[in-house]
Design a protein around this ligand. Sequence first.
Ligand SMILES: NC(=O)c1ccc[n+]([C@@H]2O[C@H](COP(=O)([O-])OP(=O)(O)OC[C@H]3O[C@@H](n4cnc5c(N)ncnc54)[C@H](O)[C@@H]3O)[C@@H](O)[C@H]2O)c1
Length: 441
Amino acid sequence: MTAAAGKGRTIAPAEGKLGVLLPGMGAVATTFIAGVESIRRGFSKPIGTMSQMGTVRLGKRTDGRSPAIGDFVPLASLEDLVFGGWDVFPDSAYEAAKKAGVLEDRHLEPIKDFMDGIKPWPAVFDPQYVKKLNGPHVKKGKSLRDLADQVSADIAAFKKDNGLDRLVMVWCGSTEVYRQESEVHSTLEKFEKGLDDSDPNILPSMIYAYCAIKEGIPYCNGAPNLSADFPAMVELARKTGSPIGGKDFKTGQTLMKTILAPGFKARLLGMNGWYSTNILGNRDGEVLDDPESFKTKEVSKLGVLEYILQPHLYPELYGDISHVVRINYYPPRGDNKEGWDNIDIFGWMGYPMQIKVDFLCRDSILAAPIVLDLAIFSDLAKRAGMSGIQEWLSFYFKSPQTAAGLYPEHDIFIQLMKLKNTLRHLKGEELITHLGLEYYD
Ligand SMILES: NC(=O)c1ccc[n+]([C@@H]2O[C@H](COP(=O)([O-])OP(=O)(O)OC[C@H]3O[C@@H](n4cnc5c(N)ncnc54)[C@H](O)[C@@H]3O)[C@@H](O)[C@H]2O)c1
């Protein structure tokens, strides 16, 4: 054992039902719910989820110990998940999934009864924060505080009616307009006063986040907008012992970027430019067609290369990169996005080379397993007494939330090591450094 091995943490057992709260029941949320039900009925496999399919190596390579993650740490069982959510449209999860057009009838029809039973509660919504969207299923209130109280009442009723033991919340709502941190976000006291005063810098997603975190419910943000990544919310999370994480599910093009860029960097190949463009035709694409929502997304996507390539350490290789990201709304493609990347790299003696990537992906198919892992792992974090920012869940995000003054790790392989080492740490197992000298001593 090395010094890194320890006693581990006390983790409360995953007994009883786990409620998964989903603000935003569109393409991603309904694909996630349908997938879980389909797996429960034995029709599908949980492909793409670390919590269901991943293993974790323990000890030396020669030890032959690689248990399934679910056998190593106590995770909520899929059988115990219960879903609830809010949306601007009153459609049931079945109707919303039909409209989203991600899943084929052969997958949706056998679980129609179940999906039809999940009806969203009216949303906290204001079209000034999502310009391309407007729907009728919206709460009315005298103040933002009043709206927050209504969300809290929804959560309490959901918990009671379903006999839930624990809850988690994953924001799957549309991308809200770009907002920077301001005074109202700086302390919990100012934020709570802002709720009373209906401060316009408090976005709807922040109200859901506040209601969850106030109750000690883990909160993860799947969209790129400011939501729980500011001091007031971090303060609240520490106070109530709530794990928080975000933001922006890492799927599609950014996933590819954080897989490829660490490879170029590892071989010290230089880079002049990375041009990324997408066509997608789902509602998310339509919302992102608004420049203000796109701005939020663009900021989230652009940071990735800067942090992976570290131009300040390698100015000759990465000091002058042209990084461009475009998203084009193109209805015929629906949820089946196509992302093109042109990467201009250079090698020995400066000779230029090009790499082209054409990823015909399915946005919600890539996002759904992330929602499941975030729900399962943030519940684990809660039961293990981990509160505040969960850096080990960076693996799932385009813009990982970190402590103030700390740069995020974007390299997916570092993120994976961080995730698995955190699991080892929780159980007091030796951390794996990949040093490997012990096999030759
Ligand atoms: N699919 C991916 O690969 C991916 C990756 C990263 C991030 N995201 C983000 O995840 C989110 C969901 O994506 P999607 O494809 O499901 O989009 P979607 O448009 O199909 O679903 C979003 C849903 O949120 C609802 N909504 C908007 N504001 C709301 C509010 N205030 N309260 C309750 N409901 C609200 C909308 O009515 C809609 O039904 C988006 O923000 C998207 O940018 C998706």
